[in-house]
Design a protein around this ligand. Structure first.
Ligand SMILES: Cc1cc2nc3c(=O)[nH]c(=O)nc-3n(C[C@H](O)[C@H](O)[C@H](O)COP(=O)(O)OP(=O)(O)OC[C@H]3O[C@@H](n4cnc5c(N)ncnc54)[C@H](O)[C@@H]3O)c2cc1C
Length: 297
């Protein structure tokens, strides 16, 4: 968004540290009452001289506990259609009035947070593009995010892990071995088809245009495959998958893996994978986007 819509000063200030991984960013879109219905967001930014004063709450903000900056959707006007009163602000996470509260997810890890903004002063030069046009920048970002969420590389690695397990570790829970092999083949075919689709799209895409419904198709297919692979892995591992210490994956403390080494992390993949059909815009919403754009429904 900064690269495409930012000012020259914003590009000079923010892009080099992003490229060098010296500054980390979080996405402040969702709010307690505004997820799928994002245009209903209520965090307000009121202009006072050369600052906006921002008050409101964000939720599900991934990895903001490590972020230096948060790009944030805020309401700068109540007067027009909800989408037209939204602006895109860059907020320094060290600003007075910013509070981060962790949310522990069911995999036992700390991926997401609540962010409370209490009269946070943000310089007006930190608005991206035009005031009130934040909705179109936000949609541009989301469609690019969905392309990434196909995550075919990750799924190939997970499927490779499953195939190695099946080849080397007997299962105490799978009785229909031929049926299980068919399941693996079906997932592998779907994965190759998705990868071919992504590569063909990457070859033909016009970087000056926001991605089309292809992004929604990739998001649906990619997230469903991730879930299918992690489910199959648990089915194969059976009771061996149950033992899980979040620290052995995240290195939060020095422990040795609990349970068999080749089962380590499988339950985490499964539990965290439940979220992949929700984040980046839920799969139901992606189906709505496709049906509206392609079928005119
Ligand atoms: C792990 C994780 C990380 C996240 N990271 C971030 C982040 O970094 N930044 C950020 O801003 N947000 C983040 N999110 C939030 C995410 O974008 C929202 O959870 C998502 O958009 C859904 O919104 P919601 O949770 O409010 O659910 P709701 O919008 O309340 O939806 C609840 C259910 O209703 C369905 N639904 C809603 N409306 C419709 C409709 N019109 N038609 C059909 N079905 C519908 C949804 O599909 C869903 O199943 C994250 C979420 C998760 C789980």
């Amino acid at each position: 968004v900064i690269y495409t819509f930012g000012s020259a000063a914003q590009k000079a200030r923010f892009l080099p540290p992003i490229l060098a991984s010296e500054e980390w960013w979080a996405q402040g879109y969702s709010e307690p009452g505004a997820g799928s219905d994002l245009a209903g967001l209520k965090t307000r930014a009121v202009r006072h001289g050369d600052h906006y004063v921002v008050t409101g709450q964000k939720i599900w903000t991934s990895y903001v506990q490590w972020a230096d900056w948060m790009f944030c959707l805020v309401r700068t006007s109540e007067e027009s259609r909800p989408q037209q009163g939204i602006s895109f602000l860059l907020i320094d996470m060290t600003s007075p009035g910013v509070t981060v509260r962790p949310i522990k997810t069911m995999d036992g890890c700390h991926h997401v947070n609540e962010v409370f903004l209490d009269e946070v002063r943000v310089p007006v030069e930190n608005i991206v593009g035009e005031e009130g046009k934040g909705w179109s920048y936000a949609k541009f970002l989301l469609s690019n995010e969905r392309i990434l969420s196909a995550e075919t590389g990750r799924s190939m690695r997970q499927l490779g892990h499953l195939k190695a397990l099946v080849a080397g570790t007997p299962s105490d829970s799978v009785v229909d071995r031929a049926g299980f092999d068919r399941r693996i083949v079906q997932m592998e075919l779907k994965l190759h088809a998705l990868r071919a689709f992504c590569l063909a799209y990457a070859r033909s895409m016009d970087p000056s245009q926001p991605p089309g419904v292809e992004a929604s198709i990739m998001k649906i297919r990619g997230s469903e495959l991730q879930q299918q692979i992690s489910e199959a892995t648990l089915d194969w591992l059976g009771s061996a998958a149950i033992a899980y210490d979040p620290a052995d994956v995240h290195g939060e403390q020095a422990t040795s893996p609990v349970g068999p080494a080749d089962a380590s992390g499988a339950i985490r993949e499964y539990l965290h994978g439940r979220a992949s059909t929700i984040y980046g815009g839920s799969n139901e919403i992606q189906r709505n986007i496709i049906s509206k754009a392609e079928l005119g429904l």
